[in-house]
Write a protein that binds this ligand. Sequence first.
Ligand SMILES: Cc1ncc(COP(=O)(O)O)c(C=O)c1O
Length: 371
Amino acid sequence: MTRVDRRQALKLAFGAGLLPAAGLANAGTATFNDTTPLRYPLRLGFNENPWGPGPKARAAVAAALDDGCRYGVDYAMRLIAAIAARENVPGERVCIGSGSGELLHMLALGWGARSTVTCAWPTFAQLMSFAEKQGATIRRVPLDAALRHDAAAIAAATPAGTGLVYLCNPNNPTGTVLPGAALRELCLELAARTLVVVDEAYMDLVEPGVTESMIDLARGDTNLVVLRTFSKVHGLAGLRIGYAIGRPDLIKKLRALEMVSPNVLGLAAATASLGDTEFIAQSREYIIADRRRVTAACRELGMECSDSQGNFLFVRTGVPIAEFRVQMKNRGIDVGRPFEPLTDWCRISLGRTAENTALINALRNFKGARA
Ligand SMILES: Cc1ncc(COP(=O)(O)O)c(C=O)c1O
């Protein structure tokens, strides 16, 4: 298909005037009304939360702008105090970072470099990719048949002397979780041998009762760190703030590995967002409602889906991921990257309600074209 043909096909499918515009798609209002026209291509590949930032975070960013000429020490102290209050820990158990991504790099440097790292596979690879560049050996343990962490296999692959073990719950890209009791048992067994990192980036989005946060272990003496981010339910991915909770000695070592101090606007936004309970509740509610709706639609179309607890689905498309990405791009939607070895699956992030409806229509059209 030539470039011109593809453009014509897009116009036919979605109406004229919907081609890529400057800036990022479908972000920029603080309300949950969906009346703004969609901007194509829809950006459903990065697990962002396009409902954010919430109203309180927006107001805080505007107010903090004047302090853009200052370093953010006071802002950082206020955020640490707010996180400590929220997580019910003293401030010495909190380490903030420029996104939890920075904290993953710091953990890789401090515990993984020139050592060994165990993880499930596929999972969120940022820590392992960085550790590998620092000379680490990675032990990748395949997910089980339900695409969940295989606790027994992970334990078997983590002898004493391992640098750290990375557990992502819910897991990215599958969105699957381990039940609370099983995860706790695994964490306690592993923590006797090595540092356990539990990445809870999506924990605010889980259905009640399916799993549990390991934050209570991070409040005690366990050799374990829990990671959280403001990029998901808070909708602040571009403002780059995350945090770690753990034992004071672990947090002290982590803080010494900070690369750059977090930015003033992000710190202000995150502090305000912690108090925006209305926005967080609505954000969660909209994401969960559409997770159910899009999952049901995919299953109706005969597409297998993992049991995702994140703001994304993991869908078996039946075609190689490279082809699926082109097929969806032709229908105006950018979807997730490959996650080897599951190359006929695709991670598709949830967008706003209208975007998710457009996604369902595009998937129907994709399936219809193959029937
Ligand atoms: C599981 C997980 N951890 C950490 C991150 C990094 O998030 P951030 O650096 O934006 O806090 C992501 C981002 O998608 C993620 O999926």
